[in-house]
Design a protein around this ligand. Structure first.
Ligand SMILES: [Zn+2]
Length: 319
């Protein structure tokens, strides 16, 4: 029984390595696709807007002459954008960022290829970031953990999705300070759906309150910080991500998550400075990566540990 359980977890781990390889692609491409989409939208808006001369007159007055270069520049910018080749999650095939050589399928086997290629592009020797195999290994480990904990079940599959989405958000936010709504909303809907189907272990009402308060609490902190310091301490992406975590874990977990995130943030921040990832301490690190990492940590530690560490947060549950 225990043996077959171990085999199931091992198979889930191998599946996790493959999914991790896909997550690497999502983490790299999704933000770039978003930038591209914004450019495309801007172009569309430019095309739908009144022509440059009338816009110019609208802003600067009818007596003003429109600089001809401006109109030429707007047209040229639009043409350049339209000339860009398509770029999605599935295409074009992955290439070495330095020499552009396409990566063959056998060079794309999770972890193994990295070891065989000794962390270098086969064509030009450009170093490949160890992050790729690390993401694959972490995904494999988390998937194995989910099946170990929940067995081969819909519940395990749901928590695997939880881990995969949070891992993406963690690294995308670290790279770009963005938390793509596509991923956060998917996480939110899966959390609410999971509660409705009794798969996440919390009542639906608590999941809904988790989402509402998760957004609300950070919104209040954001407004208070802005009033007190005149600065913006975090982005709306953080509110949405905490709302999604609230939907999965319930309202009682919000305070522990925010507290743990600060600890995770301090530890990760020091680690990132130590490995030279943050050379300039004035570059703000957003809260998102710490929230995402904490979400996974809470799953791994388990609900009982959270109750032991943060008894005050669960005081209301006993009423
Ligand atoms: Zn290369």
């Amino acid at each position: 029984m225990v043996f077959s359980h171990g085999v199931d977890a091992g198979l889930a781990g191998v599946f996790g390595l493959l999914v991790g390889s896909f997550l690497n692609v999502v983490i790299y491409r999704l933000p770039r696709m978003m930038y591209r989409e914004w450019l495309d939208e801007s172009l569309q808006n430019l095309q739908d807007a009144p022509p440059v001369p009338s816009l110019w007159k609208l802003v600067f007055g009818p007596g003003q002459d429109t600089p001809r270069e401006l109109e030429a520049a707007a047209t040229a910018g639009g043409k350049q954008l339209q000339a860009l080749p398509p770029f999605t999650i599935i295409g074009p095939a992955s290439r070495c960022p330095r020499c552009g050589t396409p990566i063959r399928w056998y060079q794309n086997v999770p972890v193994v290829s990295y070891l065989v290629l000794r962390g270098k592009c086969a064509a030009c020797g450009n170093p490949i970031s160890p992050r790729y195999p690390i993401v694959e290994l972490v995904t494999g480990g988390l998937f194995a953990f989910c099946v170990w904990k929940f067995g081969v079940s819909l519940q395990a599959a749901l928590w695997m999705a939880f881990c995969a989405l949070l891992l993406c958000q963690f690294l995308i936010d670290l790279d770009t300070q963005l938390l793509p709504d596509t991923l956060t909303y998917l996480l939110l809907w899966l959390g609410l759906g999971g509660a409705a189907l009794k798969l996440t272990g919390i009542p639906l009402a608590e999941a809904v309150w988790g989402a509402i308060l998760g957004y609300g609490v950070l919104w209040v902190i954001f407004q208070a910080y802005k009033l007190a310091t005149g600065r913006i301490g975090m982005g709306h992406g953080d509110f949405k991500l905490l709302a999604a975590l609230g939907a999965w874990l319930g309202a009682s977990y919000l305070l522990p998550i925010v507290l743990l995130s600060s600890v995770v943030g301090a530890v990760l921040g020091i680690a990132l400075i130590a490995i030279g990832r943050i050379a300039n301490r004035h570059i703000p690190i957003s809260f998102g990566p710490f929230l995402a990492a904490t979400g996974i940590l809470v799953l791994v530690l388990g609900p009982q540990a959270m109750r032991d560490y943060f008894p005050f947060a669960f005081a209301l549950d006993r009423l």
